[in-house]
Write a protein that binds this ligand. Structure first.
Ligand code: 2BA
Length: 109
């Protein structure tokens, strides 16, 4: 058995969960925060048999969009009396960041 951790955009999470459930996969949603943007995203946990792993990754990939997001980074420009100026930086976020780990033991009691 494998455990899939998929970090997706909040706006995609509902659709991804719906499709996974429709295909019979169990899924748990965790609210998470990215270290770089410091804004909310969603981490989905999916426990799955190895034979269905590709199907799960395919569903997540097909339903997670890539987006551009702008953050204000602070820089100290030369010659402006040491003032800190906000500087917009554009980054590409997602589709999805996916980790797959082995499950040593699985119990449902
Ligand atoms: P954040 O850490 O908020 O990162 C958002 C986006 O900012 C990233 O998108 C990436 O394009 C950019 N970014 C991240 N760190 C950067 C840096 N040091 N310099 C420049 N740009 C940077 P994604 O790569 O699609 O990642 C989306 C979210 O997935 C991340 O949100 C984080 O929550 C998670 N993630 C990504 N890689 C991870 C990893 N190796 N381990 C754990 N979580 C990860």
């Amino acid at each position: 058995m494998k455990l899939v951790f998929a970090i997706v955009h909040d706006e995609d999470s509902h659709k991804v969960m719906e499709k996974l459930s429709k295909h019979g996969f169990g899924v748990t949603k965790l609210c998470s925060t990215g270290g770089f943007l410091k804004s909310g995203n969603t981490t989905l946990l999916v426990g799955v048999e190895e034979s269905s792993l590709d199907e799960v990754i395919d569903i997540i990939t097909k339903n997670s969009k890539s987006r551009k997001q702008v953050i204000n980074s602070s820089i100290m420009p030369n010659g402006v009396n040491g003032m800190i100026m906000p500087y917009p930086v554009e980054v590409n976020v997602g589709g999805a960041t996916i980790f797959v780990t082995a499950v040593e033991r699985f119990e449902k009691v």
